[in-house]
Design a protein. Sequence first.
Length: 109
Amino acid sequence: MPSPNRYPPDDWTTEGSRINDEPKLEAVRQELETRGPVIVKHWHYRGACSPSHLIFEYYEDYLEYLNSRAQPGDAFDVWSLYGLLGQLGSLAEGKFPDEDGTVPRKGAY
């Protein structure tokens, strides 16, 4: 059953960017294990609030946060602290999928 927060005009799709896809999780894990902390911006899907800003030093904490606090449609940007300082850009981006793997192409963040 889809999330009750899914807004059909946001055009949910199985082909969107998902923050919990294995290559993205692996990029974050590698960064945390080899270089250091990551900075996360968590945009709340139709949340009518500012994004949350977090810093993670351990992969297990990052994964627990995604699995316990993310809701379908939420969007995330993840940066390496050192990469950001070095102007390298984000490690991963994507939206948290609904139980059927779909994410919105659009949305109010």
